[in-house]
Design a protein around this ligand. Structure first.
Ligand code: ATP
Ligand code: MG
Length: 580
């Protein structure tokens, strides 16, 4: 039965149709000036998102469709792994945050507000406190456990540097999950199940990603893994081993230390080194390898000062130092602070230094090295650990870098940047102990519940996919998350036959369950192609000149190849699309 269609451009109308003439798809010809990375540029240009304020975005109809599809991939895999979906409040009372100390720890990133009675609240940046409160109020015995919950929700973080569009927003969508087990052994099993579910999610989304060992950071806990997508604009620095598969965020990466050969201890010597203070200058001046110059670096860790000893060719990893000192904030001491401590910048050394000293592994078994003498223009030469410094403990405080031997197989490590899209933690009892989320175990004893938490950046994923799937014309959506399955372009809407064929194919596709957008706009073929390339719908049927020979064109967005399909064969083609 032939229906009457009435469109803005054609004069007929049927409101139920997905017609480009009636859709909201505000595409832009130019790159928005504020956008630097491909995902930000294309999501705006192709009409998926718009910015309301720094780090705050509107999802337009196309963007929302993709977001929902990503959510569904996640939802399916979470449900399959046995996690239960719930929805927690965004508005969370300050008392909960105070119980774990995070009201202070979170600092300016936490969006805080007051209610009419002057009570403090925060817009949830994550929900460990809220879910732990729910569980402690409703779980009594080991019989009530295990539990594993997740939600997909808007999160708020007043990021210092919101940027790259959906990659780092101040309001963004996250899947956050939390598991509760009776023992660490069980919690590790749950963690493994979630890890596998994460692998499936990122594989479903066709992402080229790495799972890396990560720092547990301010959230605390026992161990953690990040899932990072390999993109040039990524903010995460990763080292990985191609041979054995070891991969870690540099914040947490270990490496195998190359020791220098042992030497006889030579007599300690104080040497005049006028205006020579950098590692390179000292090494050149004293004609020693840079590895034999040991840096003494002073840091302010929360409210105290500490010194770190590290080999001249290595850099201190502030995250490792913060973890060792259990400090929230670690930074190098300023020139002024060094002066106040009575230290001579450029010539600081461990001998006679009145600060707690932490030695990096790199100086373990280092002999006859050089250090500053705490006196302008002087260094000590032939320093030996046991004899001159009495340093007994060594810590892993150095940043791993490309070429360092892999900690597992000693093969040289590689470096890359990545975008973190998921992060899982084995929390242990950090939150349950602080908030008294206890249960009575089989043995009748009260114990804190053992927790894990699992995050995925849902809105960031939309950007991550575009980072990996685009060309110089626009987005190339993988089928599973594409806003539509099929894009039909009627090149000349003034040609009655083209319109009839276009709508017929449209109807047929719909009846097969294909999600289809029909470009029925009265504009040039060139403009239609440009928009179609920009928006990136994976399958395209073009009704153009070949219709005179009873054919339409079929094309996949990722390829340049066009196939002419006879009208009688279109149904077959559509059926093949259903299987994708
Ligand atoms: P980052 O190091 O990038 O700030 P995070 O460690 O603070 O991340 P989590 O607290 O583990 O992030 O949050 C879980 C997930 O939420 C992250 O893996 C990331 O994908 C996403 N995410 C975190 N912050 C943002 C943000 N500001 N905008 C968009 N997504 C974010
Ligand atoms: Mg963060």
């Amino acid at each position: 039965m032939l229906k009457l269609y009435h469109t803005k451009s054609l004069g007929f109308y049927d409101g139920g149709l997905m017609l480009a003439s009636r859709y909201f798809m505000p595409t832009l010809k130019e790159n928005p000036s504020e956008a630097q990375v491909p995902s930000h540029i294309y999501l705006i240009r192709a009409g998926f998102i718009r910015s309301l304020a720094a780090g705050i975005y509107e999802y337009l109809p196309l963007g929302l469709k993709v977001l929902k599809k990503i959510e569904n991939v996640i939802r399916n895999r979470m449900d399959e792994a046995g996690a239960l979906e719930l929805l927690l409040p965004i508005l969370t009372p300050a008392e909960l945050w105070k119980e774990t100390g995070r009201w202070d720890v979170y600092g300016k990133e936490l969006f805080r507000l007051k209610d009419r009675k002057d009570a403090d609240f925060a817009l949830g940046p994550t929900h460990e406190e809220t879910i732990t409160d729910l569980v402690r109020k409703n779980v009594r015995s080991y019989k009530d456990l295990p539990l594993n919950f997740y939600q997909i929700q808007t999160k708020f973080r007043d990021e210092a540097r919101p940027r790259y569009g959906l990659i780092r927003g101040r309001e963004f969508i996250m899947k956050d999950g939390y598991s509760f087990d009776v023992s660490e052994e069980d919690a590790i099993k749950t963690y493994e199940v979630m890890k596998q579910a994460y692998h499936k999610i990122f594989q479903d989304l066709k992402l080229d990603y790495l799972m890396v060992e990560a720092d547990v950071g301010a959230i605390g806990g026992k161990f953690s893994h990040e899932f990072v997508v390999k993109v040039p604009s990524g903010e995460a620095h990763i080292v990985y081993c191609e041979k054995c598969g070891y991969a870690a965020n540099v914040e947490a990466a270990k490496f195998h230390h190359h020791k220098l050969p042992p030497e006889e201890a030579l007599p300690l010597e104080k040497v005049y080194t006028p205006n020579v203070s950098s590692v390179e200058e000292v090494a050149n001046f004293l004609k020693v390898q840079p590895q034999k110059v040991v840096k003494t670096l002073v840091y302010k860790a929360d409210d105290k000062f500490v010194a770190v000893l590290i080999r001249g060719d290595r850099e201190v990893n502030e995250t490792k130092l913060a973890n060792l000192l259990k400090a929230l904030d670690v930074r190098p001491a300023t020139s002024e602070e060094l002066q106040n401590l009575g230290l001579v910048e450029g010539f600081i050394g461990p001998i006679g230094l009145n600060l707690p000293i932490y030695a990096d592994y790199s100086i373990h078994e280092l002999y006859n090295f050089v250090v500053g003498a705490n006196e302008k223009d002087y260094h000590y030469k032939n320093v030996n650990l046991q004899r001159d410094l009495k340093v007994e403990h060594f810590y892993d405080l150095a940043t791993a870098k490309e070429g360092d031997p892999c900690p597992v197989c000693k093969e040289p490590l590689k470096e890359t940047t990545g975008l973190e899209v998921g992060h899982i933690f084995l929390l242990g009892t950090k939150y349950s102990s602080a908030m008294k989320a206890y249960f009575t175990d089989k043995d009748g004893k009260e114990k804190p519940i053992v927790m894990g938490c699992y995050g995925i950046g849902v809105s960031r994923l939309m950007a991550a996919i575009v980072e990996q799937y685009h060309d110089d014309k626009g987005i190339i959506w993988p089928d599973i998350v594409a806003p539509f399955d099929l894009h039909i372009l009627i090149l000349n809407v003034k040609d009655e036959n083209s319109v009839k064929v276009g709508f017929d194919i449209y109807e047929k596709a719909k009846s097969l369950g294909i999600d289809v957008l029909l470009d029925d706009r009265d504009m040039s073929a060139g403009a239609k192609f440009k928009d179609a390339d920009l928006v990136g719908i994976p399958n395209r049927i073009v009704i153009g000149k070949s219709l005179n020979e009873g054919k339409v064109e079929y094309q996949r967005r990722e390829s340049q190849d066009k196939t002419l399909v006879e009208l009688e064969k279109v149904e077959e083609l559509l059926k093949s699309l259903v299987k994708r």
